[in-house]
Design a protein around this ligand. Sequence first.
Ligand code: UD2
Length: 296
Amino acid sequence: QSHELHMVAPDHLKYDQPSIVSGRNDVVTVTPWLAPVVWEGTFNPVLLDSIYKLQNITVAATVFAVGKYVMFLKDFLETAEQHFFVGFRVHMYVFTDQPDSVPQIKMAADRQLTVLPVPSSKRWQEISARRMELIQKLIEEKLRNNIDYIFCLDVDSKFHGRWGTESLGGLIAVIHPGYYRDNRKRFPYERRPESRAYIATGEGDFYYCGGAFGGMLQEVHQLAKTCRTNFEADAKEGIEAAWQEESHLNRYMWVNKPSKVLSPEYLWQDFKARNPEVHIIRFSGVVKNYAAIRPN
Ligand code: UD2
Protein backbone atom coordinates (compact mmCIF):
# COMPACT_ATOMS: atom_id res chain seq x y z
CA GLN A 1 0.00 0.00 0.00
CA SER A 2 1.38 3.40 -0.91
CA HIS A 3 1.37 6.35 1.43
CA GLU A 4 -0.93 8.30 -0.91
CA LEU A 5 -3.51 5.58 -0.60
CA HIS A 6 -3.42 6.01 3.16
CA MET A 7 -4.23 9.67 2.74
CA VAL A 8 -7.51 9.10 0.87
CA ALA A 9 -10.54 9.67 3.11
CA PRO A 10 -13.01 6.75 3.28
CA ASP A 11 -15.60 8.48 1.10
CA HIS A 12 -13.11 8.76 -1.77
CA LEU A 13 -11.72 5.27 -1.48
CA LYS A 14 -12.73 2.44 -3.78
CA TYR A 15 -13.00 -0.81 -1.86
CA ASP A 16 -14.82 -4.16 -1.93
CA GLN A 17 -18.45 -4.14 -0.91
CA PRO A 18 -18.87 -5.30 2.71
CA SER A 19 -21.08 -8.31 3.34
CA ILE A 20 -22.88 -9.63 6.39
CA VAL A 21 -23.59 -13.04 4.87
CA SER A 22 -20.23 -14.15 3.57
CA GLY A 23 -16.77 -14.06 5.08
CA ARG A 24 -14.57 -16.28 7.22
CA ASN A 25 -16.57 -19.31 8.35
CA ASP A 26 -13.77 -21.37 9.87
CA VAL A 27 -13.28 -19.09 12.87
CA VAL A 28 -15.40 -17.09 15.32
CA THR A 29 -15.04 -13.37 14.71
CA VAL A 30 -16.96 -11.94 17.64
CA THR A 31 -17.01 -12.76 21.37
CA PRO A 32 -20.24 -13.34 23.35
CA TRP A 33 -19.86 -9.78 24.69
CA LEU A 34 -19.67 -8.54 21.10
CA ALA A 35 -16.02 -7.64 20.86
CA PRO A 36 -14.55 -8.29 17.39
CA VAL A 37 -11.94 -11.05 17.15
CA VAL A 38 -9.40 -9.94 14.55
CA TRP A 39 -8.47 -12.58 11.98
CA GLU A 40 -6.96 -12.14 8.52
CA GLY A 41 -9.78 -11.75 6.02
CA THR A 42 -12.18 -9.99 8.42
CA PHE A 43 -11.00 -6.43 7.78
CA ASN A 44 -9.86 -4.14 5.01
CA PRO A 45 -6.47 -2.68 5.98
CA VAL A 46 -6.57 0.16 3.46
CA LEU A 47 -10.02 1.26 4.61
CA LEU A 48 -9.02 1.10 8.28
CA ASP A 49 -5.85 3.09 7.65
CA SER A 50 -7.78 5.79 5.84
CA ILE A 51 -10.19 6.09 8.78
CA TYR A 52 -7.39 6.36 11.37
CA LYS A 53 -5.28 8.72 9.21
CA LEU A 54 -7.99 11.33 9.62
CA GLN A 55 -7.59 11.09 13.39
CA ASN A 56 -3.87 11.87 13.30
CA ILE A 57 -3.05 9.25 15.93
CA THR A 58 0.19 8.43 17.73
CA VAL A 59 0.87 4.86 18.84
CA ALA A 60 3.37 3.96 21.57
CA ALA A 61 4.94 0.57 22.14
CA THR A 62 6.85 -0.57 25.20
CA VAL A 63 9.43 -3.31 25.24
CA PHE A 64 11.71 -4.54 28.03
CA ALA A 65 15.24 -5.78 27.43
CA VAL A 66 16.94 -6.59 30.71
CA GLY A 67 20.07 -8.74 31.05
CA LYS A 68 20.74 -11.04 28.11
CA TYR A 69 17.42 -10.10 26.50
CA VAL A 70 19.10 -7.08 24.89
CA MET A 71 20.17 -9.53 22.17
CA PHE A 72 16.57 -9.65 20.93
CA LEU A 73 16.25 -5.90 20.42
CA LYS A 74 17.77 -5.67 16.95
CA ASP A 75 15.36 -8.09 15.25
CA PHE A 76 12.42 -6.79 17.26
CA LEU A 77 13.05 -3.16 16.31
CA GLU A 78 13.99 -3.83 12.69
CA THR A 79 10.93 -5.94 12.02
CA ALA A 80 8.69 -3.44 13.85
CA GLU A 81 9.93 -0.84 11.38
CA GLN A 82 8.70 -3.05 8.52
CA HIS A 83 5.34 -4.17 9.92
CA PHE A 84 4.12 -2.28 13.01
CA PHE A 85 1.86 0.68 12.17
CA VAL A 86 3.73 1.54 8.99
CA GLY A 87 2.75 5.04 7.82
CA PHE A 88 1.64 6.17 11.31
CA ARG A 89 3.38 8.10 14.07
CA VAL A 90 5.02 5.53 16.34
CA HIS A 91 7.00 6.05 19.53
CA MET A 92 8.97 3.06 20.82
CA TYR A 93 9.97 2.98 24.49
CA VAL A 94 12.79 0.56 25.31
CA PHE A 95 13.32 -0.21 29.01
CA THR A 96 16.78 -1.65 29.61
CA ASP A 97 19.58 -2.00 32.15
CA GLN A 98 22.13 -1.57 29.31
CA PRO A 99 21.30 1.63 27.41
CA ASP A 100 24.62 1.43 25.54
CA SER A 101 23.68 -1.91 23.99
CA VAL A 102 20.51 -0.66 22.33
CA PRO A 103 21.19 -1.05 18.60
CA GLN A 104 20.91 1.92 16.26
CA ILE A 105 18.04 1.19 13.91
CA LYS A 106 17.22 3.24 10.85
CA MET A 107 13.73 4.58 11.49
CA ALA A 108 11.25 6.39 9.26
CA ALA A 109 10.79 10.13 9.87
CA ASP A 110 7.49 9.74 11.72
CA ARG A 111 8.91 7.15 14.12
CA GLN A 112 11.12 7.56 17.19
CA LEU A 113 12.68 5.56 19.97
CA THR A 114 13.32 6.49 23.60
CA VAL A 115 15.59 4.44 25.86
CA LEU A 116 14.60 4.33 29.54
CA PRO A 117 17.11 2.95 32.05
CA VAL A 118 15.91 0.37 34.59
CA PRO A 119 17.85 -1.51 37.25
CA SER A 120 19.07 -5.06 36.61
CA SER A 121 17.33 -7.87 38.39
CA LYS A 122 18.25 -11.28 39.69
CA ARG A 123 14.93 -13.03 39.18
CA TRP A 124 13.31 -13.29 35.74
CA GLN A 125 9.89 -13.45 37.39
CA GLU A 126 10.56 -10.02 38.83
CA ILE A 127 11.70 -8.54 35.52
CA SER A 128 8.61 -9.81 33.82
CA ALA A 129 6.26 -8.74 36.60
CA ARG A 130 7.74 -5.29 37.26
CA ARG A 131 6.78 -4.31 33.74
CA MET A 132 3.29 -3.37 34.95
CA GLU A 133 4.68 -0.87 37.45
CA LEU A 134 6.99 0.69 34.87
CA ILE A 135 4.22 0.89 32.26
CA GLN A 136 1.94 2.54 34.82
CA LYS A 137 4.60 5.13 35.68
CA LEU A 138 5.53 5.74 32.03
CA ILE A 139 1.92 6.56 31.24
CA GLU A 140 1.57 8.81 34.29
CA GLU A 141 4.86 10.65 33.89
CA LYS A 142 5.54 10.82 30.15
CA LEU A 143 2.69 9.78 27.91
CA ARG A 144 -0.38 11.62 29.14
CA ASN A 145 -1.53 14.09 26.46
CA ASN A 146 0.73 13.00 23.61
CA ILE A 147 -0.11 9.36 22.89
CA ASP A 148 -3.44 7.87 21.84
CA TYR A 149 -2.80 4.13 21.92
CA ILE A 150 -0.17 1.92 23.51
CA PHE A 151 0.92 -1.70 23.03
CA CYS A 152 3.14 -3.57 25.49
CA LEU A 153 5.13 -6.32 23.81
CA ASP A 154 7.63 -9.08 24.64
CA VAL A 155 11.07 -8.39 23.19
CA ASP A 156 11.95 -12.01 22.39
CA SER A 157 9.75 -11.84 19.32
CA LYS A 158 9.64 -10.60 15.75
CA PHE A 159 7.10 -9.14 13.36
CA HIS A 160 6.46 -11.11 10.16
CA GLY A 161 3.32 -9.43 8.86
CA ARG A 162 1.16 -6.35 9.22
CA TRP A 163 0.18 -5.26 12.73
CA GLY A 164 -1.75 -2.04 12.24
CA THR A 165 -4.91 -0.02 12.77
CA GLU A 166 -7.13 -3.11 12.77
CA SER A 167 -5.74 -3.79 16.27
CA LEU A 168 -6.86 -0.46 17.76
CA GLY A 169 -9.56 -0.12 20.38
CA GLY A 170 -10.24 0.58 24.05
CA LEU A 171 -8.82 -2.49 25.76
CA ILE A 172 -6.98 -5.01 23.57
CA ALA A 173 -6.03 -8.57 24.52
CA VAL A 174 -4.28 -11.21 22.42
CA ILE A 175 -5.32 -14.85 22.60
CA HIS A 176 -2.43 -17.11 23.57
CA PRO A 177 -1.46 -19.49 20.73
CA GLY A 178 -0.96 -22.42 23.07
CA TYR A 179 -4.45 -22.88 24.51
CA TYR A 180 -7.12 -21.54 22.17
CA ARG A 181 -8.43 -24.94 21.16
CA ASP A 182 -8.52 -26.23 24.76
CA ASN A 183 -11.26 -26.44 27.34
CA ARG A 184 -10.90 -23.59 29.82
CA LYS A 185 -10.42 -25.96 32.70
CA ARG A 186 -6.97 -26.62 31.18
CA PHE A 187 -5.95 -22.94 30.99
CA PRO A 188 -2.93 -22.18 33.20
CA TYR A 189 -4.83 -19.53 35.20
CA GLU A 190 -3.88 -18.97 38.83
CA ARG A 191 -5.96 -21.55 40.72
CA ARG A 192 -5.29 -20.68 44.37
CA PRO A 193 -8.20 -18.66 45.79
CA GLU A 194 -5.79 -16.76 48.06
CA SER A 195 -4.28 -15.04 45.01
CA ARG A 196 -5.81 -11.88 43.54
CA ALA A 197 -5.28 -13.48 40.11
CA TYR A 198 -7.57 -16.43 40.97
CA ILE A 199 -9.95 -17.80 38.36
CA ALA A 200 -12.01 -20.86 39.34
CA THR A 201 -12.29 -23.99 37.23
CA GLY A 202 -15.18 -23.56 34.84
CA GLU A 203 -14.73 -19.78 34.71
CA GLY A 204 -12.80 -17.43 32.42
CA ASP A 205 -13.18 -16.64 28.71
CA PHE A 206 -9.92 -17.18 26.86
CA TYR A 207 -6.30 -17.57 27.90
CA TYR A 208 -4.63 -14.31 26.93
CA CYS A 209 -0.88 -13.68 26.54
CA GLY A 210 1.15 -11.53 28.85
CA GLY A 211 3.46 -10.91 25.89
CA ALA A 212 1.16 -8.52 24.03
CA PHE A 213 -1.69 -6.28 25.16
CA GLY A 214 -2.70 -2.70 24.66
CA GLY A 215 -5.41 -0.21 23.87
CA MET A 216 -6.25 3.39 24.66
CA LEU A 217 -3.85 5.03 27.08
CA GLN A 218 -6.28 5.35 30.00
CA GLU A 219 -7.47 1.76 29.67
CA VAL A 220 -3.94 0.39 29.67
CA HIS A 221 -3.09 2.62 32.63
CA GLN A 222 -5.98 1.15 34.60
CA LEU A 223 -4.92 -2.39 33.64
CA ALA A 224 -1.25 -1.85 34.58
CA LYS A 225 -2.15 -0.16 37.86
CA THR A 226 -4.58 -2.91 38.88
CA CYS A 227 -2.22 -5.76 37.94
CA ARG A 228 0.65 -4.08 39.76
CA THR A 229 -1.40 -3.45 42.91
CA ASN A 230 -2.70 -7.01 42.97
CA PHE A 231 0.72 -8.49 42.23
CA GLU A 232 2.27 -6.51 45.10
CA ALA A 233 -0.55 -7.31 47.53
CA ASP A 234 -0.11 -11.01 46.70
CA ALA A 235 3.66 -10.71 47.18
CA LYS A 236 3.16 -9.24 50.67
CA GLU A 237 1.32 -12.43 51.55
CA GLY A 238 4.02 -14.57 49.98
CA ILE A 239 2.08 -15.53 46.85
CA GLU A 240 3.39 -15.32 43.29
CA ALA A 241 0.77 -16.17 40.67
CA ALA A 242 1.45 -19.14 38.38
CA TRP A 243 2.45 -16.94 35.42
CA GLN A 244 3.20 -13.71 37.27
CA GLU A 245 1.67 -10.66 35.58
CA GLU A 246 0.17 -12.82 32.84
CA SER A 247 -2.07 -14.42 35.48
CA HIS A 248 -3.12 -11.00 36.79
CA LEU A 249 -3.75 -9.81 33.25
CA ASN A 250 -6.01 -12.80 32.64
CA ARG A 251 -7.98 -12.04 35.77
CA TYR A 252 -8.27 -8.36 34.74
CA MET A 253 -9.46 -9.23 31.23
CA TRP A 254 -12.00 -11.67 32.63
CA VAL A 255 -13.49 -9.03 34.95
CA ASN A 256 -13.24 -6.10 32.53
CA LYS A 257 -13.66 -7.74 29.08
CA PRO A 258 -11.47 -6.47 26.24
CA SER A 259 -13.29 -4.36 23.65
CA LYS A 260 -11.35 -6.10 20.87
CA VAL A 261 -9.58 -9.44 20.88
CA LEU A 262 -6.65 -10.22 18.61
CA SER A 263 -6.39 -13.77 17.27
CA PRO A 264 -3.20 -15.82 17.78
CA GLU A 265 -1.97 -14.35 14.46
CA TYR A 266 -0.82 -11.51 16.74
CA LEU A 267 1.35 -13.70 18.95
CA TRP A 268 2.38 -17.03 17.60
CA GLN A 269 5.39 -19.06 18.77
CA ASP A 270 8.10 -20.07 16.31
CA PHE A 271 8.30 -23.65 17.63
CA LYS A 272 4.62 -24.29 16.87
CA ALA A 273 3.45 -25.51 13.47
CA ARG A 274 0.91 -23.14 11.94
CA ASN A 275 -2.72 -24.26 12.36
CA PRO A 276 -4.92 -24.02 9.22
CA GLU A 277 -7.13 -21.22 10.61
CA VAL A 278 -4.01 -19.08 11.01
CA HIS A 279 -3.59 -17.58 7.51
CA ILE A 280 -0.82 -15.20 8.50
CA ILE A 281 1.57 -14.93 11.41
CA ARG A 282 2.05 -11.27 12.23
CA PHE A 283 4.16 -11.47 15.37
CA SER A 284 5.74 -14.46 17.04
CA GLY A 285 8.01 -15.43 19.89
CA VAL A 286 11.42 -16.72 18.90
CA VAL A 287 12.72 -20.05 20.17
CA LYS A 288 14.95 -19.40 23.14
CA ASN A 289 17.07 -21.38 25.53
CA TYR A 290 15.64 -20.28 28.89
CA ALA A 291 18.55 -21.72 30.87
CA ALA A 292 21.06 -19.71 28.84
CA ILE A 293 19.34 -16.33 28.85
CA ARG A 294 17.54 -15.95 32.16
CA PRO A 295 19.44 -14.68 35.18
CA ASN A 296 18.48 -17.73 37.28
C1 UD2 B 1 5.32 -15.69 29.07
C2 UD2 B 1 4.73 -14.43 28.47
C3 UD2 B 1 5.41 -13.22 29.10
C4 UD2 B 1 5.22 -13.25 30.60
C5 UD2 B 1 5.74 -14.57 31.17
C6 UD2 B 1 5.31 -14.77 32.60
C7 UD2 B 1 3.98 -14.53 26.13
C8 UD2 B 1 4.42 -14.84 24.75
N1 UD2 B 1 4.97 -14.47 27.03
O1 UD2 B 1 6.63 -15.75 28.48
O2 UD2 B 1 4.88 -12.03 28.59
O3 UD2 B 1 3.85 -13.07 30.88
O4 UD2 B 1 5.21 -15.71 30.47
O5 UD2 B 1 6.09 -14.08 33.48
O6 UD2 B 1 2.83 -14.29 26.38
N2 UD2 B 1 12.67 -10.05 30.27
C9 UD2 B 1 13.91 -9.46 30.20
N3 UD2 B 1 14.99 -10.07 30.78
C10 UD2 B 1 14.87 -11.27 31.42
C11 UD2 B 1 13.61 -11.88 31.49
C12 UD2 B 1 12.51 -11.25 30.90
O7 UD2 B 1 14.05 -8.38 29.62
O8 UD2 B 1 15.89 -11.78 31.91
C13 UD2 B 1 11.49 -9.37 29.65
C14 UD2 B 1 11.53 -9.47 28.13
O9 UD2 B 1 10.92 -8.33 27.58
C15 UD2 B 1 10.68 -10.68 27.86
C16 UD2 B 1 9.61 -10.55 28.95
O10 UD2 B 1 10.30 -9.99 30.09
O11 UD2 B 1 10.13 -10.65 26.55
C17 UD2 B 1 8.91 -11.87 29.33
O12 UD2 B 1 9.80 -12.82 29.83
P1 UD2 B 1 10.00 -14.23 29.13
O13 UD2 B 1 10.07 -14.01 27.66
O14 UD2 B 1 11.12 -14.93 29.75
O15 UD2 B 1 8.68 -14.98 29.48
P2 UD2 B 1 8.05 -16.24 28.70
O16 UD2 B 1 8.63 -16.38 27.35
O17 UD2 B 1 8.08 -17.42 29.58
